[in-house]
Design a protein around this ligand. Structure first.
Ligand SMILES: [Zn+2]
Length: 351
């Protein structure tokens, strides 16, 4: 008697929940997809981590090889597959994912832990004949990783399964090199460089949109550009839906300023803005939203909202102009609003 525990995990929150009564696709329907359960089982004959070739951008070959090395030799077999989301029938992904994994398990005819990533859509885990709460583990890890980071997700799941060797682990051959480097730093070779290097947690705050994103969704410039485009689009929608016309209240200046800010931000995000330009976009959109909120306050007859927070270091410095990443002693890095002179002091321009 085998224990089968599975859980659907929608990594894309926009997808509608699908009732479990939905009909599962038949094997014939699934065969029309790009990958069949049989392909996965065939792939596992050469490695416990099968990555369908079209998914190499999600899980590159060397990461797949590292994961394979990590899971091999475990008491309880762990099998991982990364297949395109197209392997699922559209519209009934819960049923399709369940059916796909069930068929993979039937074909494999073996106990163990099964983890299948369906492109950027769904990740499904199943423990067969193994007493592991894979559902809880997956839910836990999905909160920490975005859908574009299946490697981080899989490493996180393996960590929780107590599989030795993590993504931050150092390959054996690197150790002698690391020791030499530590000695060099100790001798003062690397120290001045180390002190001067720009820390990730100090300096001008990187772009982030007005809406919440996971920390690893804004890691690369490309990701930040994408988030900025989305935020400018949302600002445009806010402008579209805002009703700020009222007889006797003059909001034309504020509304025009908000529209100008939107136009300016659109012009920047349509190109390939660098981080400095993205910071400007953030300020432009913030300014536009403030002018829009001002117009709305005038119409509603409520107090006009403040432009920005006061300088973090001293309110007497006045309104802040930008955000700065700071790590307080013993604390976590966070963004603080700073005025022009504090910005200059922090950046080392005026000591
Ligand atoms: Zn200040």
């Amino acid at each position: 008697m085998r224990l089968l525990a599975g859980l659907l995990l929608l990594t894309c929150w926009a997808l509608p929940q699908v009732a479990s009564a939905d009909p599962s696709p038949t094997p014939t329907e699934m065969e029309q997809g790009t990958v069949t359960p049989l392909d996965v089982v065939e792939g596992w004959k050469s490695s416990p981590v099968y990555v369908e070739p079209s998914q190499r951008s999600l899980v590159p070959e060397q990461e797949a090889a590292r994961l394979a090395e990590r899971v091999s030799g475990q008491n309880e077999a762990i099998r991982i597959a990364v297949v395109p989301a197209a392997a699922l029938r559209l519209g009934a992904q819960e049923g399709a994912a369940r059916a796909f994994v069930d068929e993979v398990v039937d074909q494999q005819k073996a106990d163990g832990i099964y983890l299948i990533v369906f492109g950027g859509a769904i990740t499904w885990g199943s423990a067969v004949g193994v007493d592991t709460s894979i559902a809880e583990i997956l839910t836990d890890e999905l909160e920490k990783h975005s859908r574009s980071d299946p490697v981080g997700l899989l490493d996180g799941v393996l960590d929780e399964l107590d599989v030795p060797g993590s993504s931050s682990g150092t390959p054996g051959w690197l150790w002698p090199l690391a020791i030499v480097l530590i000695v060099l730093v100790g001798l003062g070779f690397g120290l001045p460089w180390w002190k001067r290097r720009p820390g990730k947690h100090e300096g001008p705050a990187l772009y982030r949109p007005s809406y919440d994103v996971l920390p690893d969704e804004a890691d690369t410039l490309e990701e930040r550009q994408k988030l900025a485009r989305e935020d400018v689009t949302r600002f445009g929608e806010e402008l579209d839906t805002a009703d700020v016309r009222l007889d006797g209240v003059n909001t034309a200046g504020d509304v025009q300023a908000a529209l100008d800010a939107y136009t300016e931000a659109c012009g920047v995000v349509d190109g390939q803005p660098d981080d400095a330009r993205l910071r400007e976009v953030r300020a432009t959109v913030e300014y536009g939203r403030w002018r829009l909120a001002t117009a709305q306050a005038l119409v509603a007859g409520t107090p006009v909202p403040p432009r920005r927070a006061a300088c973090f270091f001293d309110e007497a410095h006045g309104t802040s102009v930008t955000d700065w990443m700071c790590t307080p002693v013993g604390g976590r890095a966070r963004e603080i609003p700073v005025c022009t002179s504090c910005q200059a002091r922090l950046s080392g321009a005026a000591r």
